[in-house]
Design a protein around this ligand. Structure first.
Ligand code: GLV
Ligand code: MG
Length: 336
């Protein structure tokens, strides 16, 4: 059960309007930028129309002595631009860090009306969401914000995975969740040094051959279990699942494969850490034209969504009609 957000309580005169619907805009990629990097800041204007979501990162990858500069840089960017349809997010520092209180207070005070979503890292349970929910309610009331700020949790600790359902349902402010494979690997004490993707040693060997010839093996997906658990928790609570970072910036094929697995599993998008991952996310998280054509055939063959039809030798019924509708609806959103 979702706990009510303070948006349901008339906290103060000028408090924001009730909780809004989740964004209907596409969120195929959440593009990260470091707010303390002046060169990156100078190119934000040209970046905005290219991405679905732009996120000012204040957390990991920002050195401790640049935390304040990253925050100020993000605020400067938020003030300087009109974001149009592009979502504006920030990833704040963890709730137990020395920077987070200023991250939240300064950003909400100065650019709260432009901010769509706060990404909260290292969420361990619903208590983290409740804390941020209350804090946001206080600040939104104090600054007379016009719309509530949503919360996106990163699933990146073993505790978080254990509590994923309660996190997903913790507040009506929940926007969605991203899998954070780097921190999750550390938290689980996995023996890797990678940011997402596969691992050459995580594989299954085929049975021995009678003639003793070499046995083939295939790499397996390290993230499948967590992914499936996260997608179910999100969808069951009406929020959006995402894949997080893919750290091997040079390996565009592996990035594409990781994103595609996420797309097929139900995710709506992934993070892009480098401009060359933007086009991959755009391509992967938009349905393929041949899939859309086939899905349209299903919808046409069963106009009221019931019954049975054969298309190209494949049986279709009410369930495949629903699958087809997911694909056609997404194609329409992409085309809009
Ligand atoms: C993302 O923050 C991760 O840890 O993978
Ligand atoms: Mg992380």
């Amino acid at each position: 059960m979702k706990l009510p957000s303070n948006f349901y309580k008339p906290l103060a005169i000028g408090a924001p309007e009730p909780y809004r619907e989740l964004p209907v805009a596409l969120e195929r990629m959440i593009h990260f930028f470091p707010g303390h990097n002046e060169k990156v800041r100078a190119r934000i204007g040209e970046m905005i129309p290219q991405v679905d979501v732009l996120l000012g990162n204040l957390e990991d990858a920002v050195p401790a002595d640049a935390k304040e500069a990253a925050r100020r840089g993000f605020i400067e960017v938020a003030k300087a631009h009109d974001f149009g349809q592009t979502g504006l997010w920030t990833r704040i520092n963890p709730l137990n860090s020395p920077w987070v209180l200023d991250d939240i207070a300064e950003i909400v005070a100065e650019v709260g009306n432009k901010l769509d979503v706060i990404m909260l890292p290292k969420v361990e349970g619903p208590w983290d969401i409740h804390y941020l929910d209350q804090l946001l309610a206080q600040l939104e009331a104090r600054h007379g914000l016009k719309k509530p700020i949503l919360i996106h949790a990163i699933l990146e600790t073993a505790q978080g995975v254990k509590n994923v359902e309660d996190i997903a349902s913790a507040s009506p402010r929940m926007h969605g969740m991203s899998l954070g494979p780097a921190d999750l690997a550390a938290s689980r004490k996995m023996k890797t040094t990678r940011v997402g993707g596969g691992h050459p040693y995580y594989r299954v060997l085929e049975d021995p051959h009678a003639d003793g010839s070499p046995r083939a093996s295939a790499q397996q997906d390290l993230w499948h279990y967590t992914f499936a658990k996260m997608v179910d928790a999100c969808v069951a609570n009406g929020i959006s699942p995402f894949y997080g970072p893919f750290g091997d910036i040079q390996d565009l094929d592996a990035c594409e494969q990781q994103f595609r697995n996420a797309f097929l599993m139900g995710c709506v998008g992934a993070w892009s850490l480098h401009p060359n991952q933007i086009a991959i996310a755009k391509r992967v998280f938009s349905p393929e034209p041949s899939e859309v054509l086939f899905a349209k055939k299903i919808l046409e063959a069963m106009p009221d969504g019931t019954g049975v039809a054969m298309i190209d030798g494949k049986m279709q019924d009410d369930a495949t009609w629903k699958q087809a509708k997911v694909i056609v609806d997404l194609a329409k959103k992409v085309a809009a």
